[in-house]
Every structure is written in structure tokens, then in C-alpha cells.
Design a protein around this ligand. Sequence first.
Ligand code: ZN
Ligand code: ZN
Length: 342
Amino acid sequence: MVEDDHEYGNPVPGAVFRRGSGKMGRVMRLPLLARRLARFARSGSSASREYRECRRSIESAEALEATGTVCLSVDFELAWSRARRGEGSTSREESLERARRAREALPALLALCEAYRIPATFAVVAHVALDRCDLHRPPPPFRPGWFGEDWFAACAQEELAPGGDIRAPDLVRQILTSPVGHELASHGFSHVDLSDEATTPEVARFEIEESARILRGLDPRVSTFIFPKNRPAHLEALARAGFVAYRTREQAPLSRDPHGLWRFPLGLWLSPEAVSPAEVVSLVELAGRRRGLLGLWCHLYEFEDPSRLRAFFEPVFEAVRSTSGVKADTMRTVVERHVERA
Ligand SMILES: [Zn+2]
Ligand SMILES: [Zn+2]
């Protein structure tokens, strides 16, 4: 089995990309049922550890607000979805396959959000928002040993851009112009893992500051940062760049860190491989009863095609709309309300 680099840092056995079978490679996954059986044999529960932790944190937290809140954040990186895997990295074929899926899935998710009036937080890799590569500052040299070439070599490979793989400003515009009022957040300039030992402070600062410059050109309110791989690092630089909040990798209540930044609870990773829509619905209902905060987060490439994405999200969004005492909000809105009350 190949170690997966999904951003919770928790390997997903079964998420195996078979190489050498066509240009894109074929994706093979272990079905949820088999995963549940294995979990049940191991732990006595068929629900994932993340699901159980998330449930516990809502049950044990004090009521945060007058109503329950569901907060969906979506990590959007297209072909910058690449990461370390031991001594190597995500292959280019995988990154392109993920980009293809995310590109197809985004309009489907935006349409659903509009149908159910659900605002979400879109954590966008800033390079994706650009029309041309000469609109970003020259990046510092960055050649992690495990990557094999310069991280930014893609900027010189024009063939990656026309299909929207490293730049897709049209997709980012769709997020910004949706009448639902989505939040634009930063997912770095080019999805560098800021916690990796190869990442120098200079590279980290560039990732944070250049992403802020580009994204605030589209929406001056950009104040939330989602760390690639959910690995917070260089928090001082984040605070200096004017960010206000970031998603942590813990199921802990919303709180402030020593830099004055708001730490947002991780919440539940939405993937058809990890949870069922019925489980997510039960957490939405719990958030309503407990007036709790339920964070949900995902990558669009987890969904094989738009119809599977719709099948997953529709019952969840329906529950958000119909459960009494629950509303959907963006991370920024939740933090702002919390600051007002603090
Ligand atoms: Zn570029
Ligand atoms: Zn990411």
C-alpha cells in the first residue's frame, strides 16, 4: 500500500494510485464498507476516529452561540496538490488527476451551496487565482530533496496552464461572484508544507505574504489561512501578514494562540472514503441540539465526479437547512462573532 498524503496527516490505506496504466493513472480505492469492517475489528466501532473525536468535542464543548453553526471549508489547489511521501513526492500524474477532478467538482459544489444558501470558506492556493505567471513576484529558490526539481519549475511549463492546472482565475471568479457570500481564504501561494524541514523561513514568508498580496487584490478581507497538510508553522509570520485565524489539526474549541491568532477546530474530514453522509447528518443534528460548532472540511478531488459529490453533499446540506437551531457560516464570520463577544 502506498502512503497517502491527505492533509490530515492520517494515512488513508487503500487510496492507491496505480501508475503506468495510461497517462493519468487509474485510481483504486478500498470501499467504505471494507474500511468499516476493518475498523470494527480493530476498535469495536465502525465509525472513524476522526468522527468519534469530532462528536465528542461537540458534546463536551460549552454552547458557543445561540444556535448551532456548521462551517464548511474547502481546500482548493488544483495541480499544486503535491506533497512529500517519504523520500519522494506525489507524482505529476496524480497532481493532474486531482486537478481534473477538482476543476469538475467546483461548479457542482457552488451550485449546491447556492441551492441551499450555504456560505463556505474556500482556501485557495493563490497561484491558482492568477491570470499570468508574471503577476507574481519571483519566488525564492526552493528545491526540496524529496521533490527532485525546483518547486516552481511548473511556472515555466506553459502546457500546465491552459487546462487550468496551475492557474484557473475563472474558477476563483466563480467562488467570488457566487451570491451566497463565500469566504476567500489563503491556502498558501503554491501549497508548500510550511512545517517541512526543507522549507526555509524565506520560502515560508513568501508563501504567506505573496498569497496575502494576491488574494487581497481580489478580496481585501482575506484573513483566514489554511495550512497545506493542516500543519501550522511560522505563526509569527502569519500574524505579521495580517491573518487572523487558521485551522488547527485538533478537535479543540475555538481559542487564541500566543500570537493572538484564532485557532479554529479541525472538524470532520469529508471524504466518501472516511464517512457516510448519514454520519455527517447526525453531527449536524448534534450541533443543533448542543448549539455547537461543527467544522467540515474537504478537498474536491476526493469526489470521483460531480454526481458523487452531489450524492454526498445533498443530504448534508438538506440537514443544515431543515434542522432547527443550525445555520451555516464561514470561518471568518464565526471568528468575528466570537471576537465581538469576547
Ligand atoms: Zn507562476
Ligand atoms: Zn491542500
